[in-house]
Design a protein around this ligand. Structure first.
Ligand code: UDP
Length: 194
């Protein structure tokens, strides 16, 4: 596997389709996976915030979400194939989950956004097993979300708490889980909610 190292952050050298294939393989093999979709804001935060840098170190894969990182790779003569965006991946993974009846958990966004998202997912991807969800405004010390994910064993866990909270939540809880592809997806719930 090749990486583009931008200020110490290893960005996977992959296009959208091959990265989706890689994640499908991880799901098939029940391999726990933490994906960060990085934009320049994330890279700059990692530079300035050691705690956040530590969360990124726990990621299995960091993709280039945001054209800024793709442009930087070209300037530095290590051209990345293109963007691998969180929203695009979420839509393709839901399509795959619909075909394969994967189990999906949604964490994040305001309650009304989350409810609209769940309704849209149910309508567009009726075979997706929505095993649980929680809005993104909860007490950080509350273990209920972790317990629910542990007991429902989702294949995919989309986390839309914005930067830096989504990476922090995944990094702090990852050790508790046996399986699942965990992905921080920023404002994607709002986009898919319509
Ligand atoms: N969000 C959340 N909990 C929080 C803060 C934000 O669930 O404590 C949600 C917010 O409602 C939105 C998403 O995270 O759905 C992305 O937020 P924002 O656009 O601020 O983050 P960015 O896309 O810049 O990472």
């Amino acid at each position: 596997q090749r990486f583009f190292n931008v200020l110490g952050i290893p960005i996977i050298h992959s296009n959208h389709h091959s990265f989706i294939d890689l994640l499908e393989g991880q799901i098939k093999e029940n391999k726990k996976t933490f994906v960060v979709t990085a934009n320049p804001e994330i890279v700059m935060r990692a530079l300035n915030d050691k705690g956040y840098e530590g969360y990124l170190k726990k990621a299995d894969y960091i993709t280039a979400d945001g054209i800024g990182i793709v442009i930087a790779s070209k300037i530095l003569n290590q051209p990345l194939p293109g963007r691998v965006s969180g929203t695009d991946m979420m839509l393709d993974l839901l399509e795959i989950a619909n075909q394969k009846r994967h189990r999906v958990y949604f964490l994040g966004a305001a309650e009304f956004v989350l409810q609209l998202l769940l309704k849209n997912v149910h309508e567009r991807y009726p075979q997706v097993e929505i095993v649980g969800s929680h809005n993104g405004f909860f007490d950080w010390n509350d273990n209920n979300i972790e317990e629910e994910i542990k007991s429902t064993e989702p294949d995919l866990i989309f986390v839309a708490l914005g930067v830096p909270k989504q990476e922090q939540w995944i990094a702090e809880h990852l050790d508790s889980f046996q399986k699942g592809v965990f992905m921080g997806v920023g404002g994607s719930f709002d986009v898919i909610a319509g």
